[in-house]
Design a protein around this ligand. Structure first.
Ligand code: FES
Length: 100
């Protein structure tokens, strides 16, 4: 179950961008970080690798590595420092974990 925990304090101007996360389409504004796009839609980033706790980033500046997501090509990205791109496909787990 997801709920929106983050709301924009001000609307941003820019092109509408559509990306997918775990197979669901979400919209963002050009210039948003992937983390901002996910959290404003109430989506957790991933589950903790040593438990089942939801993770949603911590430092928001590329230092803590708590916001890893995986691209459809298999590469790992920091959601907090990666800008959204039209058509990007992202997953909460690495390819090997998704194939199980
Ligand atoms: S939230 Fe810390 S590296 Fe992204």
């Amino acid at each position: 179950m997801t709920s929106v925990q983050f709301k924009r304090v001000a609307e941003r101007r820019g092109a509408r961008v559509v990306l997918t996360f775990e197979g669901s389409a979400i919209t963002a504004t050009s210039g948003d970080s992937v983390l901002a796009a996910l959290l404003t839609h109430g989506l957790l980033v991933r589950r903790h690798e040593f438990g089942d706790e939801p993770r949603a980033g911590f430092c928001l500046m590329g230092a803590c590595q708590d916001c890893w997501v995986w691209s459809g090509h298999g590469g790992r990205l920091r959601a907090c420092t990666t800008p959204v791109v039209e058509g990007m496909t992202l997953f909460a787990q690495p390819p090997a974990a998704r194939d199980e």
